[in-house]
Design a protein around this ligand. Structure first.
Ligand code: COA
Ligand code: ZN
Length: 303
């Protein structure tokens, strides 16, 4: 199989995971998870989001989280921002990267951000200008399907991505917000895009809502993508999409990549321990399979 020999995994659980938790997670617990991840070899961690605390009260302590981790060397701590106000707050807290989000489908963008896609594009332009030397990634949500509109035109998604690049974004993430993507679709959409943008940081963001997440990652790898978002334990989902569930679990993704000979630089044993610690923190078991089954190289006595 012709796939990259190395891939980056970005943990987004402290944003995409925590945002769906009803009970407030104490700030020091959030910080302990971000710091725990930072010790495991991730190059980038999405640590929080600067959204309205009225809309997502869980994210009200984003400034404190970023301020507590921003000095750690060797890791870029990014934050999701929905609008200019979020970008201003994130930059003043000292984020390493802004991750602007908006959706490819009008209905989801309106529900999530109360804006048209065109207004989100204008916002992105202003945010990129404001960010200066701080890099700006753009996440295009509902890239592979929308829970309100169904299939989203593939050419519409790709042309949105092209517009975003022309505004000066340093990277682009195609997000499958509610687990609607399938491997053939992922391969078809990514192959042409990656070949056209060889030097661009392209990331895929899959939710495992319909259990297609890992298969979609393999399809992405085959198309030449070498960066994937994932969430510790598989925690999470979009609060503004019905039936949304967590991302592909980070430890399942790292385990699969290592088993396939794809290097990530991430300490899998440490990740499993941290996933178990997260289960204790939130008081329930998480969807990650490797947390339950262990690595496939773990052997048992036969007596
Ligand atoms: N950070 C902090 N406060 C913000 C903000 C941000 N990024 N964006 C807006 N606000 C505040 C405004 O200051 C205003 O406060 P006020 O009522 O005290 O004056 C209030 O929110 C409403 O502002 P408005 O510009 O009318 O925005 P809105 O109500 O249309 O909502 C959103 C703006 C969409 C940014 C907000 O609802 C939001 O943050 N939603 C969460 C999106 C999200 O996290 N989705 C999941 C991840 S993809
Ligand atoms: Zn997501």
């Amino acid at each position: 199989m012709n796939i990259p020999k190395k891939a980056d995994v970005i943990d987004v659980g402290c944003r995409d995971g925590f945002q769906l938790e009803k009970e407030f997670i104490p700030t020091e617990d959030k910080i302990s998870i971000v710091k725990g991840l930072a010790r495991l070899g991730f190059k980038k961690i999405e640590a929080t989001s600067f959204v309205s605390p009225k809309a997502v009260p869980q994210m009200q302590d984003s400034k404190e989280v970023i301020e507590a981790v921003k000095g750690i060397d060797g890791v870029v701590f990014s934050a999701l921002v929905p609008n200019l106000k979020g970008a201003e707050r994130a930059l003043s807290a000292g984020v390493g990267e802004l991750n602007i989000v908006f959706s490819a489908s009008e209905t989801h963008n309106m529900k999530n951000l109360h804006m048209s896609v065109m207004d989100s594009l204008k916002n992105a332009e202003e945010i990129i200008a404001l960010a200066g030397k701080i890099s700006v990634n753009v996440t295009v949500a509902t890239s592979f399907g929308c829970p309100f509109e169904g299939r989203v035109s593939e050419s519409q998604v790709i042309s949105l991505a092209e517009k975003v690049l022309s505004l000066g974004a340093s990277g682009i993430t195609f997000a499958d917000t509610t687990g609607m993507a399938n491997p053939i679709q992922v391969y078809r959409m990514m192959k042409a895009f990656v070949e056209k943008h060889l030097d661009l940081a392209v990331t895929l963001h899959f939710h495992n809502t319909r259990n297609m997440g890992l298969a979609n990652i393999v399809a992405g790898l085959q198309a030449g993508v070498a960066s994937f978002d994932a969430s510790l334990g598989g925690l999470g989902g979009c609060p503004f999409a019905p039936g949304a569930t967590g991302n592909v679990p980070t430890e399942d993704v790292v385990h699969m990549l290592h088993e396939m000979g794809v290097e990530t630089g991430i300490d899998l044993g440490g990740l499993i321990d941290l996933g178990k610690y997260l289960e204790k923190l939130i008081g329930r078991s998480l969807p990650g399979q490797i947390l339950k089954a262990g690595k496939s190289t773990d052997l048992y006595p036969c007596s």
